[in-house]
Design a protein around this ligand. Sequence first.
Ligand SMILES: CC(C)(COP(=O)(O)OP(=O)(O)OC[C@H]1O[C@@H](n2cnc3c(N)ncnc32)[C@H](O)[C@@H]1OP(=O)(O)O)[C@@H](O)C(=O)NCCC(=O)NCCS
Length: 157
Amino acid sequence: MTLAGETIAAAAPETSGPALTLRLATPDDRGALIAMYLSFEPKGACLGLPPRKEPQFWLENLSAFPNFVVVAGDRIIAHAALCSDAGSGEVAVFVHQDFRGKKLGKRLLVELIAEARRKGLKKIWGMTELDNVPMLRLARSLGFSPGRDPREFFLTL
Ligand SMILES: CC(C)(COP(=O)(O)OP(=O)(O)OC[C@H]1O[C@@H](n2cnc3c(N)ncnc32)[C@H](O)[C@@H]1OP(=O)(O)O)[C@@H](O)C(=O)NCCC(=O)NCCS
């Protein structure tokens, strides 16, 4: 994708809704991101994320890093962030329950990998619950390997 945004589907799959666009988040997205997380389910299921209450504080912390969103009309339906330091980065991907299973998580994680390469990171990783089969399978499908702790997944770039 380009940082200006890429239309990734003509419409929300199986609907005649608005086109879906994947792009970098901007400060103006904060309200729509909060709205997504207030109705997100399940809350707290991925090592306490997304937060059960007051997602604005968590989103504020994430705003120091690259964040990507999938937008449908005036709604944000998926979000991902790459929290990096000098050489490595942690990935996190969240797709609203109304839109799971439609490859949006995969598109976002591909974008985080590309962003990590652009930033010259050597390694990216993530961590989730052991029973989060969708996230663990998604990570493995893009080449991540399990860590010593099986809740972790790593990709060397
Ligand atoms: C994990 C999550 C991001 C996946 O997003 P998604 O858009 O639903 O997933 P995708 O449609 O892109 O699926 C990509 C791959 O993930 C795996 N996957 C996704 N959903 C799955 C499911 N229900 N069961 C098993 N594997 C699944 C599959 O390997 C799939 O590839 P395939 O369809 O070719 O088999 C999404 O389920 C989610 O937001 N979950 C709640 C929040 C969370 O746990 N986030 C992880 C934070 S690190």
